[in-house]
Design a binder for this molecule. Structure first.
Ligand SMILES: [Fe+2]
Ligand SMILES: [Fe+2]
Length: 298
């Protein structure tokens, strides 16, 4: 087990500006959808997660904006920048999802299922429950980022650099805005049971939809019936469960703040050297954009 190290630094010192980066990833229709040739299982899992992003992230953005409007001056400063980062994530994943589904047309049915699922989640409970879902989802995303950072050498060995950059950029920004949804949840009135249910829903959604989305790709790549494939999937699943589920559980404590976790340093270094541009015009456009869940044609 790898409990996340904690920090005693005052929270105010750890507040960071959240830039809206607009990357231009150099993948296209010629890029192989199984972009991790040494570990095809990783591409299958990551592509399945990517399919969820154009559905779950707009849901989070609508929630953040509704809560921000309701709170007015009481809303945390980070909220609008947090929403911009999430909007850009789902926009970039939509690009990649079109490449993947061109190779695996059966994933269009999975995409419709994912859209239905997150629409159903978006109709459950009031604004407090939805903000709790955003906070729970961020705890899960942060846990995934921590696990990936520790296994990056194995996971990304010989990976397509453009697609690997998409996923590393996304995880790096998840680390960057790890506190934004939690701070919003606290501002709207922290309720423990809401956070428990919402975090459980976030974990179950991620795990269940990943299995459903990855299965067609694992079948086509012959990894589903391969002992080596099963061994790899079992090893990664157990490693994630033992190292990160305790940290997700710790995030449910009343006295917890995400800033108490010490971030893996790799992501900040990676972002600093990425050279991704910021585009104030694009940021202003996205500020005005009303995010709907986008299917693959969107
Ligand atoms: Fe995101
Ligand atoms: Fe996020």
């Amino acid at each position: 087990m790898h409990p996340a190290p904690t920090s005693t630094e005052p929270r105010s010192c750890r507040q960071r500006r959240l830039p809206h980066r607009v990357p231009d990833f150099a993948f296209d229709t010629e890029t192989p959808p199984i972009w991790t040739p040494l570990h095809p299982e990783l591409a299958c899992i990551a592509n399945a997660v990517s399919l969820m992003m154009p559905h779950v992230e707009p849901l989070i953005v609508r929630t953040v904006r509704a809560a921000t409007r309701e709170l007015g001056d009481e809303a945390p400063n980070s909220s609008s920048a947090y929403a911009l980062q999430e909007l850009e994530h789902q926009r970039q994943h939509r690009r990649w999802n079109r490449v993947v589904t061109a190779h695996y047309p059966s994933l269009r049915r999975v995409d419709r299922l994912i859209r239905w699922w997150y629409r159903m989640i978006g109709r459950r409970g009031g604004l407090g429950a939805q903000v709790a879902f955003a906070a729970g989802s961020e705890s899960v995303a942060y846990a995934v980022a921590r696990w990936v950072e520790r296994h990056a050498d194995e996971l990304f060995a010989q990976a397509d650099p453009a697609v690997a950059a998409l996923f590393v950029w996304h995880l790096a920004e998840e680390v960057e805005h790890k506190s934004a949804a939690h701070d919003l949840f606290v501002a709207t009135g922290w309720r423990r049971t809401q956070l428990w249910f919402a975090t459980f829903a976030a974990v179950v959604s991620l795990a269940g939809l990943t299995v459903i989305g990855a299965t067609p790709m694992l079948l086509r790549t012959r990894r589903l019936l391969s002992p080596a494939g099963w061994w790899t999937l079992a090893r990664w699943s157990l490693s994630f469960a033992f190292s990160e589920l305790p940290n997700i559980a710790a995030s449910l404590r009343r006295d917890h703040h995400p800033g108490q976790f010490v971030d893996p340093g790799w992501y900040a270094t990676w972002l600093a050297t990425s050279g991704f541009a910021q585009d104030p015009v694009r940021s202003a456009q996205l500020e005005r954009e009303a995010p709907g869940t986008a299917d693959l044609a969107g």
